[in-house]
Design a protein around this ligand. Structure first.
Ligand code: NAP
Length: 240
């Protein structure tokens, strides 16, 4: 089994879904973990589960849209040589009924905050001469699905960031990977309550990926041989 022993990782969005499953998988692989999200109680539960798997784990709760918190998180994760840049939100809606507050919220969290924490950690990694940043984008980073125009816009932007970070950090010792899953069975769609969206989701004819499936993909990227880099890993539910 590939190992992350001795490596410390910061995982954003670790209180639920893909981030939580990734924390548990990385704990099993021997990584030390700094976990973040806004929900302190949920983070505490993940910390306990990571420690039960033998990992050193701590949590720092806060909102990635808060610049002061991002700086504090960078300080608290100064030893991290891995960033799993995973936190994100999604509200599906028919285009003509899109609310500007949802547009702003998705771009703030999925784009601006994701850039801010990547930049914060990349500066520290560059100074150290090593690191690995994994951007969790989506199948929506390359396609646009019904009801998801805005979310797709955010994920297209995030995929561009992954490419830009890889380009500009060449020679610093930092690897940059993008993991782009299709539909995953998490609570991220709970914010989408429009009847047309609910009808469409209920009619989905295939089983989604699990968070654990995606965690394995992230682990695969992180444990690539030293001289190799996983640039883009696209994952889809088998039945899609
Ligand atoms: N589920 C899918 O079908 C799917 C497919 C492809 C890609 N993705 C991407 O995978 C990533 C994880 O999604 P998921 O499905 O695991 O969703 P999830 O279960 O809803 O988890 C989202 C995580 O992001 C955190 N988060 C959201 N806003 C935040 C903020 N402002 N500050 C700090 N943390 C914040 C949440 O923590 P708190 O609630 O504790 O703040 C939570 O831990 C997202 O980037 C998503 O776009 C998901």
């Amino acid at each position: 089994m590939a190992t992350l022993t001795g490596r410390v990782a910061l995982i954003t969005g670790a209180s639920a879904g893909i981030g939580r499953a990734t924390a548990l998988a990385m704990a099993r692989a021997g990584a030390g973990l700094v976990l973040t999200g806004r929900n302190q109680a949920a983070l505490d539960e993940v910390v306990v589960a990571c420690r039960e798997r033998g990992a050193e784990a701590t949590a720092l709760a806060g909102d990635l849209n808060d610049a002061a918190f991002v700086a504090r998180l960078g300080e608290a994760s100064a030893q991290a040589e891995i960033l799993v840049n995973n936190a994100g939100i999604l509200t599906y809606a028919p285009l003509l009924e899109t609310r500007m507050e949802d547009v702003e919220a998705m771009f703030r969290t999925n784009v601006v905050a994701a850039f801010a924490i990547a930049l914060e950690m990349a500066k520290r990694m560059a100074a150290r001469g090593s690191g690995h940043i994994v951007f969790v984008t989506s199948g929506a980073a390359r396609n646009v699905n019904q009801f998801a125009t805005v979310y797709s816009g955010t994920k297209h932007a995030l995929a561009a960031f992954a490419k830009g970070f890889r380009l500009e950090l060449k020679g610093t010792g930092i690897k940059v990977s993008e993991v782009a899953p299709g539909m995953v069975d998490t609570g991220i769609r709970n914010a989408s309550t429009h009847p047309a969206v609910l009808k469409s989701l209920a009619a989905r004819p295939y089983a989604p990926l699990t968070s654990e499936d995606v965690a394995e993909g992230i682990l695969f990227a992180l444990t690539a041989p030293e001289g190799a880099r996983v640039d883009l890993l696209e994952m889809q539910p088998r039945g899609n």
